[in-house]
Structure formats: C-alpha cells, structure tokens
Design a protein around this ligand. Structure first.
Ligand code: NAD
Length: 472
C-alpha cells in the first residue's frame, strides 16, 4: 500500500473493478457501465454584495442506459469534478439496486452555504438551474435533481420555480426536481426518507440470525448502541427514527465543532434544538466532549454511522474502529484502503449504495406522483376505509361482540400518502437486502457486502444494456 490515499472516485472505481472481475460480462460492456457518459462543468457570475463572484459548478450524468438520470445537488466548498463523478457513478448502481428506473447523475456547486445569505444562495441556485436548462441537463424526462449535502427543500423550490418560468406550459414541469416542499408538489415522507431507509436497512440485516452471527452481534436492532457523524438531514433522521422505532441508544455524535459522548443515550431532538439555540453540540447537558473531534471513529459501540461526507474513515484511522458494523449513511465515507483494513478486522460495512437508497426511492415516488398529477391515497383511501368498516361490522354481527372505538379506528383506517410512502420504502429496503444477501451467499468469491451490492447492480445495468440492444 502506498502512503497516498485513494481518492473517492478511485475508491468507487476499485470497488467496481473488484466486483466486475467476479461477473461474466464482456469487458466492453463493463467499461461502458463504469465510465461517466456526460460531464458538464460550468462557471457563471453571480452578484454577491457589490461585486461579482465566479461560481464553479458541475452536473455529471454517469449513465444514460435509463432516462431520466437522477441524483442530488451538493453545495460545498469541497466540490470538485472527481467528487461529482464518484457520486454520479454511485447513483447508477444505487438506482439499479433498488429498482428505480433511472440512470445515475449528480450535481455540485462549489460554495459554502454558510458564507452566503439566503438571497445570495437563491441567486446562485437559480443561475445554476438556468445553466442546466440551457444545456439540457434538467427536465422531467432528462435529468431530475434532488437534495444532497448542503441543500434541501428550499433549494428544490427555487429550482422548480426557475424551471417553470422558462418552460411555461410544460405539463410535467413540476417533475423536473424532487425533494420539493410538500406544498409545492413534494411528497410526504421525502425529508426523512434517507434516514428512514438507513433504519429499515439496519433492522432488516439485524433480523437474520446467521448474518448477526457472522458480524459478531446479537440478533435484533433493539438496544444496539450507535455513534453518528453529522447531524444533518441523514444523520438526524437515522438517529431519531432508530431511537423511536428501533429502541437504539445513540451514545455519541460528531459535528463540525467537535464530538460528544453520553453513555446513557442522547436525545437527538433535544440536541438538535440545543445546537440551533447555541450554535454547537458542545456543552449539551450530561455529555462529555472528546479532545479530538475525529476520535468519534474509535468510540466503542455496535454501529458507527458516518452521515457527513466521503473519505471520513481512511487508512489513517481505520485501525481505531471498535464497532462491529459501519452503516454507510453518507456516500463513500470509507475509503478503499480503509475497507481492506476493516474487513481484515472482521468489521461489517453496509454499503452506501444500498443503505442510503431511501432518498432516491422516495424521490422516485415523488416523480411518479408529479407525472400522475394526483396525491397518493386520494383515490382509494375512502374506499378502503368503507370496505374495512363493513368487514368489522360483519365480524361484530357474527360474533355478537363490539370492537372498541380505538381498535375500530385502527382497523378501518385507509392509507394516507405518508403511509404508502413508508410502506413502499420499507418494501424496497427489504427486497434489495434480500438480493444483496443472495449474491453474497451464492457467489463463493464474494467476501463483503459492497462487492455483493456492486455485482447485483452491475448485473441489472448490464441486463438493461442488453435489452436495449446496445450490447447483443
Ligand atoms: P446535510 O448538509 O444535511 O448534513 C451534513 C452534516 O454533516 C452537517 O450538519 C455538517 O455540519 C456535518 N459535517 C460536515 N463535515 C463534518 C465533519 N468533518 N465532522 C462532523 N460533521 C460534519 O447533508 P445530508 O443531506 O445529510 O448528507 C450527508 C451525506 O449523506 C452525504 O454524503 C450525502 O451525499 C449523503 N446522502 C444524502 C441524501 C439525502 O437525501 N440528503 C441521500 C443519500 C445520501
């Protein structure tokens, strides 16, 4: 091993090659699957205060085997072309894995959101959108962005508004971006979707006794201890949902300002509010602050959840890891070099392309909702409610017993949009894990879940290419 760290893009490439070598697809097809199909780098001026700033930005479409392409937009001062290419590549495999019929894409704008006012961010976002429109890099059937690191529903609202101003009358224009506010044709359950998917993925994996034995943990998610890096969208919802629905104990949180631990469990809702009020997680009542922020990696716990940025666990700190499971909520948080060390130590890594696929899954539901121009549940909810009510009525008649008001409400309730979204997400995470698991068990030379996930995804993309007739 050389001392130079593998870049994020190189790490993704190495994982792809390791998996591709275990498939029987022709080299030309594998080469085509691996490369980025279109890379668009742009520089545009935006007025900030009294002067103009040149903003560097990207949109990468990794694979056109399915259209539209899909992937988030990242706002960060660390954005660079290779990073966006790596993220776009992961999107292709992620979509294939969870049967979301899109090619992969990703966008990046090289700005630190904290250094700009909301008005300035709006100007940057709108100008970026115009650049995408001009080059055909956005549209309901072309390329559909979503939130990622540093962006959220607010930015998506600016994007759709800009798009609609320029594409007046386009019937499906609202489907040009997902992750929109619910009031602007977004979907209930999208904000929490990635974190909720992480929870479903973890719970599913921990439900298999033999998988738990291999990982060296007791079966079941209940009572597991967790440490989270990054209390943003993905980290926050992964933590709060795991606590509420999985009885997990979050004992450590790392943020930009430092890392805190609290052995008896951290209330993340209170911590989030505390950070909002004070500007920091440090000093949270009952917690201890670690001397070195990066030492979150070595906290003793069952599940380590990196939910910030890529390359956070690298060959310099991988040996510190004491957790049995690393749950990749972020994209690319473990470098290829670190992975080699961790696998030797017997640590199980649940790969990003599976574990954080909840976001794109629910984005797909949002896109479908926008194309059908009707809210989920609107048509059948009342019908279901009446049908269930009739069944309960019949049971009461035949048994001579009456169901209590609370039970009746529970039994006769029709599904709302959020219920259907959660159900679709849960089903997706369970099915995708079963497929990865099957590849892992079936292929003798597959030693880790990332390779199993890559093989599963590559097989699906290869099959698409062959169906398209591009590769006979
Ligand atoms: P976010 O901007 O909402 O939150 C990221 C958090 O990480 C921020 O609070 C930030 O302060 C913190 N952070 C940054 N550097 C840190 C460091 N060195 N140490 C500790 N904390 C640090 O972003 P997000 O949307 O939650 O995305 C996080 C990761 O999840 C990214 O890798 C992203 O690509 C991935 N992801 C996001 C989604 C989504 O739906 N938002 C979907 C799939 C994957």
């Amino acid at each position: 091993m050389s001392n130079k760290q593998a870049s994020f893009y190189q790490s993704v490439g190495r994982s792809f090659d390791k998996a591709a070598a275990l498939t029987k697809h022709p080299k030309g097809l594998l080469d085509q699957i691996k490369v980025c199909n279109s890379v668009y780098q742009m520089n545009f001026p935006v007025k900030i205060g009294n002067s103009y700033q040149v903003i560097e930005a990207y949109r990468v479409q990794h694979s056109h085997h399915r259209q539209p392409t899909k992937g988030g937009i990242r706002f960060s001062h660390l954005v660079n072309q290779e990073e966006v290419m790596a993220l776009a590549s992961l999107m292709t495999y992620k979509c294939a894995l969870v049967d979301v019929p899109f090619g992969g894409a990703k966008g990046g704008v090289k700005v630190s959101p904290r250094k700009y006012t909301p008005e300035q961010l709006e100007r940057i976002t709108r100008r970026y959108t115009v650049e995408l429109i001009r080059k055909g890099f956005i549209g309901p059937g072309l390329d559909v962005p979503a939130p990622d690191y540093g962006t959220g529903a607010r930015e998506m609202a600016w994007i759709v508004d800009t798009y609609q101003q320029m594409k007046n009358g386009e019937l499906d224009s609202i489907a040009c971006v997902t992750g929109k506010p619910v009031a602007q044709n977004g979907i209930r359950g999208r904000t929490e979707a990635t974190g909720r998917g992480v929870f479903y993925g973890l719970r599913e994996m921990l439900s298999y006794d033999d998988d738990c034995k291999r990982m060296g943990v007791e079966p079941g998610i209940e009572g597991k201890t967790m440490v989270i890096q990054g209390l943003g969208n993905v980290g926050y919802y992964t933590g709060t949902i795991s606590i509420k629905e999985g009885a997990v104990k979050v004992i450590g949180v790392s943020e930009i300002e430092g890392t805190i631990v609290k052995e008896d469990g951290i209330d993340l809702v209170k911590l989030f509010k505390f950070r909002k009020d004070t500007g920091s997680i440090l000093g949270f009542p009952g917690s201890k602050t670690l001397k070195v922020r990066e030492d979150w990696v070595g906290i003793e716990c069952d599940i380590l959840v990196p939910a910030a940025l890529e390359s956070q666990i690298h060959k310099g700190n991988a040996k510190q890891v004491k957790a049995r499971i690393i749950a990749e909520a972020a994209n690319g948080p473990v470098t290829a070099d670190a992975e080699a060390i961790l696998l030797k130590k017997g640590v199980t890594i649940i790969p990003d392309m599976y574990l954080n696929a909840g976001g794109v899954t629910v984005s797909y539901f949002e896109w479908l909702k926008n194309l059908s121009h009707v809210r989920y549940g609107r048509i059948q909810k009342r019908f279901d409610q009446n049908a269930f009510s009739n069944i309960v009525g019949l049971v009461e008649k035949f048994t001579g017993k009456t169901v209590g008001a609370k039970e009746r409400d529970f039994l006769t309730r029709g599904a709302d949009e959020v219920d259907l979204v959660r159900s679709g997400l849960e089903e997706t995470m369970i099915t995708a894990y079963a497929q990865i698991r099957e590849t892992f068990r079936r292929k003798k030379k597959v030693e880790d879940l990332r390779t199993a996930a890559f093989i599963t995804a590559i097989d699906k993309v290869a099959s698409d290419y062959m169906t398209l007739g591009v590769f006979p």
